[in-house]
Write a protein that binds this ligand. Structure first.
Ligand code: ZN
Length: 116
C-alpha cells in the first residue's frame, strides 16, 4: 500500500475531528442515558406523561442529529487516511484550508457548497 503524505490541513483537521468525535460520543451516551431514565418510569399523571413523551421526542431528534454529525466526522477521518481529504467531492477542486479550518468535515468547496 502506498502511503500518501498527509497535508498540513489534514494533520490539523485530524486532531479537531478526533476531538469532535469524542465529544459527540460522550453526548450520545448522555442522551441515551436520559432516554433510558425517561423510559424506565411512566408517570401516572397525564400531563407529566405527555411532557415525558415530548422530552423523549426531543432526545430522539438530538440523537439523530448527533449521529449524522458523527458519520460526517468519521467520513472525514476516512478521507484523511485515504489521502483524499481536502478534495471537493463534487468538482474535485480544493476545499481550501480556511474552510477546512472552520469546518473540518467539509466535503465540498465553497462554490459547490453554495450550489447545494
Ligand atoms: Zn467543488
Amino acid at each position: 500500500m502506498v502511503r500518501i503524505p498527509e497535508t498540513r490541513s489534514a494533520k490539523l483537521s485530524r486532531k479537531a475531528l478526533l476531538t469532535r468525535k469524542e465529544q459527540i460520543g460522550a453526548l450520545l451516551a448522555r442522551l441515551r442515558r436520559s432516554e433510558d431514565e425517561l423510559q424506565a418510569v411512566r408517570r401516572p399523571d397525564q400531563l407529566d406523561h405527555a411532557a415525558d413523551l415530548e422530552a423523549y421526542d426531543v432526545l430522539q431528534a438530538l440523537q439523530s442529529a448527533e449521529a449524522i454529525d458523527l458519520a460526517e466526522v468519521e467520513a472525514a477521518l476516512q478521507r484523511i487516511s485515504m489521502g483524499t481529504y481536502g478534495e471537493c467531492e463534487r468538482c474535485s477542486g480544493v476545499v481550501g484550508e480556511q474552510r477546512l479550518w472552520a469546518v473540518p468535515q467539509a466535503r465540498f468547496c465553497m462554490g459547490c457548497a453554495a450550489v447545494r
